[in-house]
Design a protein around this ligand. Structure first.
Ligand code: NI
Length: 245
């Protein structure tokens, strides 16, 4: 039995409860920014994909707000030009691992899933990501320690939605829940795309942005990237290579 099957046999929901925000990571996660000012960050996981990520970039441009994109290394390999566009349009790119595997972060030794994604992003952007979101939100204490050793801030969320579901949920419902859960300092977890596929068709996240951004701006909120919200670096220089042990 391989590790992935073992995980399922133990119970995916149990592990998700133990390892994901708000309980996972044993203090190594950052879930939100300061509660003292009305600044919040939009984050988008699992891309980039042709179609869905491009439409999201279009709408963020129209709305005039920046996002933080936690990208999958294999998707970056398929769509480097969309990653370049994301960076060029003022958004921040973080890492969401190489293959979006649950098992890699459970392993006691493996750092390839972190280093390979970093290398892939650095090859396109000429800088190394310094923000990381574990796939599925699963963070073991040992994965947290190696991520910190490799120079990452580990970014969770305090507003979670079901925009990733297939078939897609109603954007009115997603937006209503996101707005109800928003607080000063919130980090919203959304999904622009789908891991390990080149192209994806999705509209719920775009439609949710059209609903929540104007409403929160009217409520006095400012949208910033995660690095600005947390006052941490978004990137490390290309020559800042940290040995993976
Ligand atoms: Ni993901």
């Amino acid at each position: 039995m391989n590790l992935g099957n073992l995980v399922y046999s133990i119970g995916d929901p149990v592990l998700t409860k133990l390892l994901s925000p708000p309980y996972g990571g044993r203090g190594q996660y950052v879930y939100h920014g300061p509660r003292t000012s009305k600044r919040v960050a939009l984050t988008f996981d699992d891309g980039p994909c042709v179609g869905s990520t491009e439409r999201l970039l279009d709408v963020l441009g129209e709305l005039g707000v920046p996002g933080t994109f936690f990208c999958v290394g294999e998707n970056v390999a398929m769509n480097p030009e969309i990653l370049e566009r994301t960076d060029r349009e003022g958004h921040v790119v973080g890492s969401h691992s190489q293959r979006h595997s649950r098992g890699a972060g459970l392993s006691f030794r493996d750092t390839d899933h972190i280093v390979d994604a970093e290398t892939r992003i650095a090859t396109v952007l000429g800088k190394r990501p310094a923000l990381y979101r574990p796939p599925w939100g699963w963070l073991t204490p040992w994965e947290g320690r190696r991520l910190h050793r490799l120079g990452y801030t580990i970014v969770g969320w305090d507003v979670y939605t079901l925009d990733w579901k297939v078939p897609e949920p109603d954007p009115d419902d997603v937006a209503r829940q996101a707005i109800a859960d928003a607080k000063p300092g919130s980090i919203f977890c959304f999904h622009d795309a789908f891991p390990l596929v080149k192209e994806w068709d999705k509209s719920v996240t775009v439609e949710t942005m059209r609903r929540i951004v104007p409403e929160l701006v009217a409520g006095g909120y400012e949208f910033v990237t995660v690095d600005r919200l947390l006052d941490v670096p978004a990137y490390r220089p290309l020559d800042d290579v940290r040995a993976a042990a």
